[in-house]
Ligand binder design. Structure first.
Ligand code: AMP
Length: 419
């Protein structure tokens, strides 16, 4: 025997019955997004490396340390997508979706790849459900996108999801703020950890979401963006808050929320839910008003979010799980002279009538077949023997009540549909 192979570290096999839950969540998300006019986009899993370097930013952890990048057979550098916003924007430009009426509203569901240290809720292949709205600058689009997101979480059974909200302002506010943070922290550089010291040079904003307690203490007096916010940025942020209040969406302002990707401007947000630690956001997103331009398009203010599907499913409320139950199958069993083919024929009649049906085709005894029905969780078994065949009937056993009766074969589907 050959040695057994194992999956790649940090990846998972999703198995039934868990896959039923995944499919139900994805289906609910699709229907929910379509109600808001979002249409599905499917982009390749593999993209030119340069896309992420330009879009996500060289100084980010994602691009600097976590990408699955390799040379293809012709030596071109390609990367398994670590996130999908960059791909959606590339596809938007490459396919001239810019000619569609603005805003263009797209959603996606699919795997992403990041070379991170695997731990609970953190994988190297993980999955996101995301949405992007391209081509509107006003705060009401932020509010509508957040309403769609919160509505989805509610439909999945999460009680009162809370939006953690912040603004990064426009380019100028953000740059001035970053400089002020650098100037404030430089005298304490020796007290910072290695990661934060590096960020002090390349991306000081990111130090704000450090998880190290001694660094958090240093940050107490750090300059706030408020001081640098331009009047237009302030107005946008106030608009978002007004809209959220009007629509009854819970939110909390988190002045230190900055998100890990470089392309954000103005609104940024995460959503938290019970059952997950604060650092394990279920979902994050924000505005990226410059990204389309950075990737070669004309100015197209845009925003979006991504939900971590793996984490979402880990904390999925029981009420939703319970609603994902599958129809218990009926088992068709051949006895006393009915052939496997005759069993299969009857099973096909039931399936054509939309009854979930298993066919016992491997010649088990009646006793063993009834045991199988038990293990499959069947409520009914249908027994077909020479007698029944001759009479155009079947024997229907109710496995819960342990009763059985003969029925006309033609009436079986109708009987089971009503049962
Ligand atoms: P990001 O694309 O970094 O904004 O992340 C959006 C969401 O994706 C996060 O809130 C997580 O729920 C999820 N996520 C990010 N990285 C991972 C990972 N390595 N494993 C599982 N989920 C992840």
């Amino acid at each position: 025997m050959g040695s057994q192979l194992q999956r790649v570290k940090g990846t998972r096999d999703l198995l039934p019955p868990e896959t039923t839950i995944w499919a139900a969540v994805e289906e609910l998300a699709r229907r929910h997004f379509e109600r808001y006019g979002y249409r599905e986009i499917r982009t390749p899993v593999i993209e030119p490396t340069e896309l992420f370097v330009r879009a996500v930013g060289e100084a980010t952890d994602v691009v600097g340390k976590e990408m699955y990048t390799f040379a293809d057979r012709k030596g071109r550098s390609v990367t398994l997508r670590p996130e999908s916003t960059a791909s959606v924007v590339r596809a938007y430009l490459e396919n001239q979706l810019v000619t569609l009426p603005a805003p263009v509203k797209l959603f996606y569901i699919g795997p992403q790849f990041r070379y991170e240290r695997p731990q609970k809720g953190r994988y190297r292949q993980f999955h996101q459900i995301g949405a992007e709205l391209l081509g509107d600058a006003g705060p009401w689009s932020d509010v509508e996108l957040l309403a769609m997101l919160v509505g989805l979480l509610r439909a999945l059974g999460f009680a009162a999801p809370t939006v953690l909200l912040n603004t990064l302002g426009d380019e100028t506010s953000r740059t001035e703020w970053a400089q002020a943070i650098r100037a404030f922290l430089e005298p304490f550089a020796d007290s910072l950890g290695e990661d934060s010291r590096r960020r002090l040079e390349v991306n000081p904003l990111r130090i704000l979401d450090t998880k190290i307690a001694s660094e958090q203490a240093l940050l107490e007096g750090v300059p706030r963006l408020e001081q640098f916010l331009s009047p237009a940025s302030r107005e946008h942020f106030e608009g978002v808050q007004l809209g959220l209040s009007r629509l009854g969406i819970n939110y909390r302002i988190e002045p230190r929320l900055v998100r890990g990707l470089d392309y954000y401007t103005h609104t940024v947000f995460e959503i938290v839910a019970d059952g997950l630690g604060a650092q394990n956001a279920l979902c994050g997103g924000g505005r990226y008003d410059r990204l389309v331009e950075d990737l070669g398009g004309s100015p197209t203010p845009s925003l979006g979010f991504a939900i971590g599907l793996d984490r979402l499913i880990e904390v999925l409320p029981e009420s939703f799980r319970a609603s994902c139950g599958q129809q218990a199958p009926v088992l068709v069993i051949g006895a006393h002279g009915a052939s496997a083919l005759e069993v299969l024929e009857l099973a096909e009649e039931l399936r054509a009538g939309a009854i979930a049906t298993e066919a016992e085709l491997s010649g088990r005894s009646l006793k063993a077949a009834l045991k199988l029905a038990d293990r499959l969780g069947c409520r009914f078994a249908v027994v077909l023997g020479a007698d029944e065949l001759a009479a155009g009937e079947v024997t229907l056993r109710d496995l819960g009540e342990r009763t059985q009766r003969r029925l006309a074969r033609g009436g079986l589907v109708g009987h089971l549909v009503g049962a």
